[in-house]
Every structure is written in structure tokens, then in C-alpha cells.
Design a protein around this ligand. Structure first.
Ligand SMILES: Nc1nc2c(c(=O)[nH]1)N[C@H]1C(S)=C(S)[C@@H](COP(=O)(O)OP(=O)(O)OC[C@H]3O[C@@H](n4cnc5c(=O)[nH]c(N)nc54)[C@H](O)[C@@H]3O)O[C@H]1N2
Ligand SMILES: Nc1nc2c(c(=O)[nH]1)N[C@H]1C(S)=C(S)[C@@H](COP(=O)(O)OP(=O)(O)OC[C@H]3O[C@@H](n4cnc5c(=O)[nH]c(N)nc54)[C@H](O)[C@@H]3O)O[C@H]1N2
Ligand code: SF4
Ligand SMILES: [Mo]
Length: 693
């Protein structure tokens, strides 16, 4: 095991941290340090959302920090790109000099736009996610990156209706009478919300899951409805049809706090339960029953999540579902309404952190991270250099054949900064070591709760690892960028991260945060955010009709947008199964998917098939199968079970390619087509066929 070779000034004892992974729960951590080593990590008991509990992944965190494969010093590739790539150790001086020289050459020959940053939320701290790095690329004049791989469609659709990424306070839902978990596997991906849902249930709430799969969450709910992937907007329109037809409405709330009810009423006439049942492939009676359950329970809450936003109509799905609580007046109650993400509640000062004013005019082009394969092969002017950090695109980006071909280009200069030699790192020219968050200072918001948190470094960086902020600080110096902002320390950045004068931070300052480690936003607890309207939309109302949508050339009203790869299209004759690839319990995207403990628990890539679909293809339990379409194929062992509905195949993700038996993963078959709004990825809009090998 590598040891901390740097002398540590960190004392023994307990250090308060925050979980940096891309997870809505953003747990507060108590990190126990002995002799400069992390020996134990527990969930902070005094942080209400965490309540002393961690998911298994982070409970075993010392295994990740001291994993024998941690990258400890900069390296340069010797030999070819790709799986099995070999590297040799170099100094940080040489690494930074090489990068700066290549960037200068490329900028001179092709313009700085030929250089593209590629990052996502591998580190979700405000500093780690986007601060010094953004300043660096803005000042360089590099291409901008549209970070669309996860949530941009849902965020756009939800905002069209509600106005921003805000909703009910999760801590209040314990008093709900009905809770719909819509496109979310909370036990796996939002564990601390599940704790609250169970408390609600103990107090009498009914739980309903809407998910094509009977997940560990769905099986624990009182009722599970399994529509086809990508049909949620139709289901919500059918519910609205019934609510309006049967007058299960809060007319006073509609009158005062919504826009476009008459147009919506017209629209939902097109979605009678029989039509909706046919689209979703569920029982007509279930559409009626669901609408009545929702329309008669008070308070009724909907926890929607990003499982809904990964098909062609992903934006419209969230836009449509988000209309429901205004029809019934569910927003009147603290335990009612809907929540997709809480991130819009935070007064983050992204201008101060990222300094877009450093960008040249005219502003550089934008590259969409969800089409990186296509753009590496075909963008004009061509991409000549790629700097990857906080992300593992060779494993996580759609249409892997194109992504891999793009990364394999001989004329592409690639820098990768990570804790591990990922599938992406195998393509690096220069590979740089990153520290774990326990080795760096950061400050956090959350997208599942309403607290801000401090992450203190518990130990010194292992080996020669440099944080994202320090890496880009040094690279800026190497490039000769002398703007004062490149000298900001991590503590300076923490202070700049929020607008501390915002009323939502009343009573909280950087100094109080340093003392307490976490603080709740100053939002009234136990209050319903939109009981009296006041939506952050242009009209201040919940917008059933959206002028913004109309102006963008989109349907101003909720509608069903069929998946692009729809089972009624000719494509379905050759590829009849709808593949979805949601997160595995023991992985977090690709993080932890190189941990011996969690690999052992997940065993090997698996695809779940309904018994009818398996039998029709001669597939038995544990048969090795190919999952394929025109884009590519990957292999997995079959699990035959009624957990997936007929017509759907489900393969949990995201495996490292090089740690999979066939050297590939599920993104071989996913597509680079984009969503209706937000230019998002459509991972769950993917027809395939499955056959025994
Ligand atoms: N088929 C399919 N594909 C998917 C999805 C799916 O459901 N199905 N989900 C999509 C979604 S929702 C997302 S968000 C993306 C996620 O895709 P990624 O963002 O690529 O996933 P992560 O595994 O969270 O993080 C990537 C890397 O960041 C590194 N990292 C962690 N901390 C730091 C740090 O401080 N500095 C640096 N430089 N690196 C660090 C980690 O070691 C890890 O290798 O994948 C998408 N891809
Ligand atoms: N353990 C673990 N936790 C994670 C992650 C992880 O990889 N592992 N990833 C993190 C990240 S980056 C994100 S974005 C969040 C994601 O958080 P969620 O969006 O809650 O994601 P999932 O847990 O994948 O739940 C999505 C569920 O939606 C279902 N689903 C798929 N397509 C559809 C559809 O069209 N309609 C409906 N109704 N349901 C559908 C899937 O079967 C799955 O059960 O989780 C975060 N938390
Ligand atoms: S991954 Fe999520 S549930 Fe697990 S410790 Fe981190 S924030 Fe908490
Ligand atoms: Mo995500």
C-alpha cells in the first residue's frame, strides 16, 4: 500500500469532511486519522441529512484512498495508446513544461479553440468541480464544454415549469401521505432520501414506484408501476386527463398560481387513459388508479430523479411531471410538491469562481461532452488537445466505438488527471496524479438537501498528487498567465464560492462554517416553498404554458415525445429490446468500479431479462450473451427475472472496459443522439437485441 510520503502537518483525531461523489446525498463525514493515515470514515451524526449513516461505498473509504493502484506521480506514455498502455515517471516540472509547450504550439498553429477541457463531477466540491480550472481554460481561450452528460435535459424541462432546480425540502416529506418515487432507485442512488421515505411510511404514507424495473426500491414500495422507458410524460398527461375530467383539482391554486390551465386542459384531452396505457404498455385501470391515488391524498409528494431524463423526450418528461402538484394544490403543504434537485437554492457565485470574463471575444465555440466521440472525429476546426479531469469519458460517454476511435487518434495530445489509471488514462500522453478529497480543502453544496458543508483535508496528498486547483494554478504560472486570480489560495476560493450576503446564507459565514463544518441554508424549515405561488419562472407562476418554450421553437405545452429508438419504429424489428443501464449499487458511475471489494459484490457485468424475452431467445440464467445493435456490442451474463418488464433489458453500470471480460461496456451500444431540451445524453433510449454467445 502506498503511504503518505509527504510530511503531514495533520494531527491525529477526527476531521470533518464532505463526500465529494456525484450523489444527491452529499454526506458529512467524520474522518478518523492516526499517524497521518485515514483509518476510518463514518457519517456525521450531527448533520441532519447524513444522520450518522454512510452508504457502503464510502464506509470503506480507506480502501479507496490506499488502493495499491493510486497514481502517485506524473507520468509520460511510452508506446501506443489504449488498453495496456505503458507509462514512465517524470517530474511535475517536466509534466507542466510539456503541457504548456504543446498548448502553445497548438494555439499558435490552430487557435486555442483546438484545446478542449473535459470534466464532470468526479469531484463535486465547488473548488474541485469548477474554479481554477475554469479560469485557466477561459484565459487560454480554449473551447468551452457543455456539461450535459447527466442532468441538463431534466433541469431544462423542470425549470420550464417550476423556474429553477428547487422543490420541496426533503426533510419535510416524513409527513407526506403519498410519495411517488418516479424514475429513481433511492435505495441505490439516494439512500438518505430513502431513510426519510421509510419514516414517512411508518407515519402512514403510501409509497409508489414508477420504474420499468422492480428495483430494490420498487419492491419495497406499496405499489410499483412499470411503464416502458421514455413514456413518463404520457403517463403524467394521462394522470392530468383524469384529474381534470374527475375534478380532482385545487381550482383556487390553479387560478392564483398557474399559467395556461385552459390550454393544458385542451392538451390533455389528447391523452385519455386508454391511449396512455397503450403508449406506456401498462393497464388502463392503473392510469385511473394512479391519478385517483395522487388526486385524493394530502399531502402528496413526488421525488423525481434523473432516470427520467435519459431518453429523447427527457426534458419534456420532467416538464410534464412537474405540472402535477400545481393542479392538485399539493404545493400548499411542506410535505407536498415535487423535487428533482435542490441545487438551485444555493447562492453560488460561479462568476467569481470561474471568471468567464477572462474569455476572449468573440467567445470560443462550445463542445458538447455527450458527443465527444463524434467531435473528436469530426469537429471543425478539429480538436487537437484534450485535458480530462473529474471524468472517465472512455467508459462513460455514449457510443464508445466513436469515443475510443477519437481518443486513439495519433495526432491528439491528451492530458488525464485522475486518482487511477482509468480507461481514459490509457489514452493519455501525460498522466497526472490527483488526490482524494480527504487530501484537499473544499466547500460543498448539495443537489439532494439544503446544507452547505466544508471538507477539510484530513491527510497530506499521497505521493506527488496535486489537487485540481493547485494543478491549474501551476499550469497558469507555466503559461505565463499573470492575472491576480491565479494566485488565489484554496481558502480564497472557498470564500469566493458563495455570495455570503445573500439572505439564504443569513447567519452563515466562512468563519462560522469553519467552526461548525456544515450549516443549513437559511430557508424556513417545515415551510412549503410555493404555498403562495412565487415560482421563479418569468411569470412567477407554475407554467403549464411556457412562452420561453414557444420562443425556443418547442411545444409550449406538455406533450409526449416518443423515444428516438421507439418500439413502434422499423428499427425495433431488428432490435426489439429497450436497454437501460442505471447505476450499480456498489459503483458510483465508474468510481469504486476498480475496488476489489465492490467488484466482488457486483461479480461481473450482467443483463437482466424478463423470462418471456429470455425464453424466446433460448437464454437461460447465467448464459453469456451478446447485447448488440448497429453501434456495437458488449457481453454480459444473463439474469432471468421478472424484475424487468417484458421488452426491457437492464444492465447495471458503469463497468470499466478493461476490467470487463470482453474489454467493453454498455456504452458500446448507447447513442450520441441528444434530448429535446438541454442537449443531454440519451443513455436509456437504446434499442438492442440480445443473443446467446
Ligand atoms: N450507460 C450509461 N452511461 C452513463 C450513465 C448511465 O446511467 N448509463 N450515467 C451518466 C451519468 S448520470 C454521469 S454523471 C456520468 C458520470 O461520469 P464520470 O463523471 O466520468 O464519473 P465518475 O466515476 O463520477 O468520475 C470520474 C473520475 O473522476 C475522478 N476524480 C475523482 N476526484 C477527482 C479529483 O479531485 N480530481 C480529478 N482530476 N479527478 C477526480 C475519479 O477517480 C473518476 O475516475 O456517466 C454517465 N454515463
Ligand atoms: N450507488 C450509486 N449511486 C449513485 C450513482 C451511482 O452510479 N451509483 N450515480 C449518481 C449519479 S451521477 C446520478 S445522476 C444519480 C442518479 O440518480 P437516479 O436518477 O435516481 O438514478 P437511478 O438510481 O439510476 O434511478 C433511475 C431509475 O430509473 C429507472 N428508469 C430508467 N429509465 C426510466 C424511464 O424512462 N422512466 C422511469 N420512470 N424510470 C426509468 C431505472 O430503472 C432506475 O431504477 O445517482 C447518483 N448516485
Ligand atoms: S456516495 Fe452518496 S450516500 Fe455515499 S457517502 Fe457519498 S453522499 Fe453519502
Ligand atoms: Mo449523474
Amino acid at each position: 500500500m502506498p503511504t503518505a510520503t509527504n510530511p503531514t502537518k495533520h494531527p491525529n483525531g477526527r476531521v470533518r469532511g464532505a463526500c465529494p461523489h456525484d450523489c444527491p446525498d452529499t454526506c458529512a463525514l467524520d474522518v478518523v486519522v492516526v499517524d497521518g493515515r485515514v483509518v476510518k470514515v463514518t457519517g456525521a451524526a450531527d448533520h441532519p441529512p447524513t444522520a450518522g449513516v454512510l452508504c457502503p461505498k464510502v464506509a470503506f473509504y480507506p480502501e479507496r484512498i490506499y488502493h495499491p493502484d493510486r497514481l502517485l506521480y506524473p507520468q509520460r506514455r511510452v508506446g501506443g495508446k489504449g488498453p495496456g498502455a505503458k507509462f514512465t515517471r517524470i517530474s511535475w516540472d517536466e509534466a507542466l513544461r510539456t503541457i504548456a509547450e504543446r498548448f502553445r504550439q497548438i494555439a499558435d498553429a490552430h487557435g486555442a479553440e483546438a484545446i478542449v477541457p473535459y470534466s464532470y463531477a468526479g469531484n463535486s466540491g465547488l473548488l474541485g468541480y469548477g474554479s481554477m480550472d475554469r479560469r485557466f481554460f477561459h484565459r487560454l481561450g480554449a473551447s468551452r464544454l457543455d456539461r450535459t452528460i447527466c442532468a441538463s435535459a431534466g433541469a431544462a424541462g423542470y425549470s420550464a415549469t417550476i423556474g429553477a432546480s428547487v422543490g420541496f425540502d426533503a426533510e419535510a416529506i416524513v409527513d407526506a401521505r403519498l410519495l411517488i418515487l418516479w424514475g429513481t432507485n433511492s435505495v441505490v442512488s439516494n439512500l438518505h432520501f430513502w431513510r426519510l421515505a421509510q419514516e414517512a411510511r411508518r407515519r402512514g404514507a403510501r409509497l409508489i414506484a414508477i420504474d420499468p424495473c422492480r428495483t430494490v426500491t420498487a419492491e419495497k414500495c406499496d405499489w410499483h408501476i412499470a411503464p416502458l422507458p421514455g413514456t413518463d410524460s404520457a403517463l403524467a398527461l394521462g394522470m392530468m386527463h383524469v384529474l381534470i375530467r374527475d375534478d380532482l383539482l385545487d381550482r383556487d391554486y390553479i387560478e392564483r398560481h398557474t399559467l395556461g390551465f385552459d390550454a393544458l386542459r385542451q392538451r390533455v384531452r389528447d391523452y385519455p387513459p386508454a391511449r396512455v396505457a397503450a403508449i406506456c404498455d401498462i393497464d388502463e385501470a392503473d392510469v385511473e388508479k394512479l391519478a385517483h391515488a395522487y388526486g385524493t391524498a394530502t399531502p402528496a409528494a413526488i421525488r423525481a430523479n434523473y432516470g427520467l431524463n435519459r431518453t429523447a423526450g427527457g426534458g419534456m418528461a420532467l416538464r410534464t411531471v412537474a405540472c402535477l402538484p400545481a393542479l392538485t394544490g399539493a404545493w400548499r403543504h411542506p410535505a407536498g410538491g415535487i423535487l428533482l434537485s435542490t441545487s438551485g437554492n444555493y447562492p453560488v457565485d460561479s462568476h467569481a469562481l470561474e471568471r468567464p470574463d477572462l474569455m476572449p471575444t468573440p467567445r470560443p465555440r462550445t463542445i458538447n461532452m455527450s458527443t465527444i466521440g463524434h467531435d473528436l472525429l469530426r469537429a471543425q476546426p478539429p480538436i487537437k488537445a484534450l485535458f480530462v479531469y473529474n471524468s472517465n469519458p472512455v467508459a462513460v460517454a455514449p457510443h464508445a466505438a466513436e469515443v475510443v476511435r477519437g481518443f486513439a487518434r495519433d495526432d491528439l495530445f491528451t492530458v488525464v488527471h485522475d486518482l487511477f489509471q482509468t480507461d481514459t488514462a490509457d489514452h493519455a500522453d501525460i498522466l497526472l496524479p490527483a488526490p482524494s478529497h480527504m487530501e484537499q480543502l473544499d466547500i460543498h453544496k448539495s443537489y439532494g438537501h439544503l446544507h452547505i458543508q466544508l471538507n477539510r483535508p484530513a491527510i497530506a496528498p499521497l505521493g506527488e498528487a496535486l489537487s485540481n486547483t493547485e494543478l491549474f494554478r501551476r499550469l497558469a504560472r507555466q503559461m505565463g498567465f499573470d492575472d491576480a486570480c491565479f494566485a488565489d489560495s484554496d481558502e480564497d476560493l472557498c470564500r469566493q464560492a458563495f455570495d455570503w450576503r445573500d439572505p439564504r446564507l443569513a447567519g452563515v459565514s466562512w468563519d462560522t462554517l469553519k467552526a461548525t463544518g456544515h450549516a443549513r441554508l437559511n430557508l424556513p424549515s417545515g415551510a412549503a416553498p410555493f404555498a403562495n405561488g412565487g415560482f421563479p419562472t418569468p411569470s412567477g407562476k407554475c407554467e403549464f404554458y411556457s412562452e420561453n418554450m414557444a420562443r425556443a421553437g418547442l411545444d409550449p405545452l406538455p406533450a409526449f415525445i416518443a423515444p428516438r429508438e421507439w418500439r413502434q419504429s422499423p428499427l425495433a424489428r431488428d432490435f426489439p429490446l429497450a436497454l437501460i443501464t442505471p447505476p450499480a449499487r456498489n459503483f458510483l458511475n465508474t468510481s469504486f468500479a476498480n475496488s476489489p471489494r465492490f467488484l466482488a459484490q457486483e461479480q461481473s457485468p450482467a443483463v437482466h431479462l424478463h423470462p418471456d424475452d429470455a425464453a424466446a431467445r433460448g437464454i437461460g440464467e447465467q448464459t453469456t450473451v451478446r447485447i448488440f445493435n448497429r453501434r456495437g456490442e458488449f457481453r454480459a451474463r444473463a439474469i432471468v427475472s421478472e424484475r424487468v418488464r417484458p421488452g426491457v433489458a437492464m444492465a447495471t453500470s458503469i463497468w470499466w472496459r478493461k476490467l470487463s471480460p470482453d474489454g467493453r461496456n454498455c456504452n458500446e451500444v448507447t447513442s450520441q443522439a441528444l434530448t429535446d431540451m438541454g442537449q443531454g445524453a440519451t443513455f436509456y433510449d437504446c434499442l438492442v437485441e440480445v443473443a446467446p454467445v
